[in-house]
Write a protein that binds this ligand. Structure first.
Ligand SMILES: Nc1ncnc2c1ncn2[C@@H]1O[C@H](COP(=O)(O)OP(=O)(O)OP(=O)(O)O)[C@@H](O)[C@H]1O
Length: 367
């Protein structure tokens, strides 16, 4: 049985420092994968550990399948083993002296499932994670990726109502990581399990998550589908963290529905999408993805002179540094040819849908 997870106004204050979690609320509907994404120290692991019952929250309510498992105000704290959870961590938590099958059958033995039934479940789950041929191998004779599959198999073999995963791919080499990332989503969707997944890797979040929650400093800044997070980031931090690394400062001089005119100084003006409620006269920052700038284009409302100041050829793509309105911006062009020479004076186009204007709250807001 797969279950809904509800987290309401979760708070965690350790004995020292600022709150690790500062009023976080979200829900994971049954069968959905929600990924908590954010930089190191933002509170995502602590949130997951509170859901697991490994950390004691100082405020808020956590419910699994409608049952309150944590509420400090009401003195409720259900221990981890009674929460019916599966957990997968960064380190391959497998028993080295056992075979793959012995590792995976362990939780079933522990739950006193009859041997025939247990073997059937183990076979089924080993097939799901692609390890059927390795059932009788000692786990120490497996690769890192295979060991993590064993850990996953062991966490889902008893079909817990909720699966918690904390950076399960981060100890794997780059190639394996990508493979298991793609497989993981297929496996989770096949089981139909509700899952909460923690990572600092935005690519992982996009591939795996039905929804992504972006965290910073103990707060949940935005939760939405990958498409919403990528195409309508709620603030400058979310935009920046998900790859819109270029910024232009200016002043909003006119509003026109969802768009506005921004003055960049020197009389230069451009159009931007207003992703926050902004007033005319407000200082704004525009966030812009490197892949959304077109070098050598003479089209569009936002067309400016620019100079190519550096380039880094990366095989399937080239990253350019350009000088635009006195700012150094990064541009990414796909393709195996580096088309623009360093020193070229050119023009660039910035599509207004890809120029996102946010309130300028000073440098500390996006660092
Ligand atoms: N046991 C603890 N005692 C005191 N402070 C802690 C403890 N555990 C975590 N913290 C603090 O709580 C904050 C959130 O930590 P947390 O591990 O949840 O962040 P994170 O986003 O998961 O980071 P990472 O990706 O590095 O694991 C950090 O400031 C951290 O230093």
């Amino acid at each position: 049985m797969t279950a809904t997870l509800d987290v309401t106004d979760l708070r965690k204050q350790f004995s020292v420092g600022r709150p690790a979690i500062d009023g976080v609320s979200f829900a994971v509907p049954a069968g959905e994968i929600v990924v908590l994404l954010g930089p190191s120290g933002c509170g995502k692991t602590t949130t997951l550990r509170c859901v697991a019952g490994l950390e004691h929250p100082t405020g808020g309510v956590i419910s699994i399948a409608g049952k309150v498992v944590s509420s400090p105000a009401r003195g409720i704290l259900v221990p981890p083993r009674l929460r019916d959870l599966g957990m997968v961590f960064q380190s391959y938590a497998v028993w080295p002296h056992m075979t793959v099958r012995q590792n995976v059958v362990y939780p079933l033995k522990h739950r006193r499932i009859a041997r025939g039934e247990a073997n059937r479940k183990v076979d089924e789950v080993l097939k799901l994670v692609g390890l059927s041929e390795y059932a009788d191998r000692p786990v120490v004779a497996l690769s890192g990726g295979q060991m993590q599959r064993v850990a996953l198999a062991r966490s889902i073999v008893y079909r817990p109502q909720l699966l918690l995963l904390d950076e399960p791919l981060s100890n794997l080499d780059a190639k394996l990581r990508l493979r298991l990332r793609d497989d993981l989503r297929v496996i989770l969707k096949q089981t139909g399990m509700t899952a909460l997944y923690v990572t600092h890797d935005q690519a992982e979040a996009v591939v795996l998550g039905d929804r992504i929650g972006v965290m910073r400093d103990g707060k949940l800044l935005q939760i939405g589908t990958p498409d919403q997070i990528y195409n309508r980031p709620a603030d400058l931090f979310v935009a920046n963290f998900t790859g819109a690394t270029n910024e232009l400062a200016g002043t909003l001089v006119e509003r026109n529905g969802e768009f506005g005119t921004v003055d960049f100084g020197d009389g230069r003006r451009g159009q931007a999408a207003l992703l926050q409620p902004l007033k005319v006269g407000e200082k704004v920052r525009i966030a812009l993805r490197p892949e959304n700038i077109a070098i050598g284009s003479h089209d569009g409302a936002n067309n400016f002179p620019a100079r190519v100041i550096d380039r880094r050829y990366q095989g399937t793509q080239t990253v350019y540094d350009i000088d635009l309105l006195g700012r150094r911006l990064e541009v990414l062009e796909l393709g195996t040819a580096a088309r623009h020479q360093v020193g070229t004076e050119t023009r660039v186009a910035l599509p207004r849908e890809g120029c996102w204007a946010y309130r300028d709250t000073g440098p500390s807001s996006y660092e």
